[in-house]
Design a protein around this ligand. Structure first.
Ligand SMILES: Cc1cc2nc3c(=O)[nH]c(=O)nc-3n(C[C@H](O)[C@H](O)[C@H](O)COP(=O)(O)OP(=O)(O)OC[C@H]3O[C@@H](n4cnc5c(N)ncnc54)[C@H](O)[C@@H]3O)c2cc1C
Length: 224
């Protein structure tokens, strides 16, 4: 069984209309690799058994832990509760796990909150000045849903492409992530591809990449 750690909310910041950034203290010796997640449990009556996975968006060398979390008020679930979490409150996390890790520069394809593993990986590459050859392709419903757009645009060496699916008239490309739009965006099919987002999107993008000739070993994916 995974170890359990109680951590305290130090700061909470609203990033978009439904996404907040949570900073927690970091247990002594706690380890993770950028891209990994952990199971988070609220320390509230009625919620302690309801763990949900969230990805670290801070870096392993930081003195705190950070999560970037989208709330779904219509779920009556953990993320609705997290939308009301206050500074000073505690939550319980387990050990770190996850399929996504940095396997080299390439195309990082995200839908909505599926961008979180790429926040950590791209921030780590920013810290080591190794963003050349990295291309973030980030799809959202509307411009107002894009998490950390200015931060990505300001990362030297990172190419960013933002797409919206439900905002007619937006200056951003209004295409869905499919074989046609991906083919236009991909310069080199032999690079690494990282895919994270809602399950339907991950399946569609992964199979489109295979049809375009990407090696199965070159595609790292996780439902987010
Ligand atoms: C590895 C991994 C890492 C992740 N990292 C992040 C991250 O960093 N940030 C982030 O924001 N998310 C992340 N997610 C997604 C996150 O875990 C989910 O958003 C979260 O589990 C939803 O929890 P919830 O309790 O709010 O809702 P759910 O567990 O989806 O639902 C709770 C209840 O709400 C009801 N419900 C479910 N769907 C609907 C619906 N569509 N409409 C109405 N009611 C519904 C159901 O009755 C359900 O029992 C990650 C997921 C994975 C797998």
């Amino acid at each position: 069984m995974s170890d359990q750690y109680t951590v305290t909310a130090l700061a909470i910041e609203q990033l978009t209309h439904d996404v907040r950034r949570f900073r927690f203290d970091k247990p002594e010796g706690y380890r993770f690799v950028p891209g990994q997640a952990t199971e988070l449990h609220l320390d509230r009556d009625g919620w302690r058994d309801e763990g949900r996975p969230f990805t670290f968006t801070s870096l392993p060398q930081d003195d705190h832990l950070e999560f970037t979390i989208k709330s779904y008020p219509d779920h009556d679930g953990v993320t609705e509760q997290l939308g009301e979490l206050q500074g000073g409150e505690q939550v319980v996390i387990g050990d770190a796990w996850g399929a996504i890790e940095d396997r080299g520069p390439g195309m990082f394809i995200a839908g909505g909150a599926g961008v979180t593993p790429f926040i950590a990986i791209l921030r780590q590459r920013l810290a080591s000045d190794t963003l050349d050859g990295c291309h973030l392709v980030f799809s959202n419903s509307t411009e107002g849903d894009i998490i950390m757009r200015e931060d990505f645009e300001a990362m030297p060496g990172l190419r960013s492409t933002f797409l919206v699916t439900d905002q007619p008239g937006s200056p951003l490309a209004a295409s869905r992530l499919d074989g046609t739009s991906l083919e236009e965006l991909i310069d080199d099919i032999d690079q690494q591809f990282y895919v994270c987002g809602p399950p339907g999107m991950v399946d569609d993008v992964s199979s489109a990449l295979r049809k375009l000739g990407a090696e199965p070993d070159g595609i790292t994916f996780e439902d987010g």
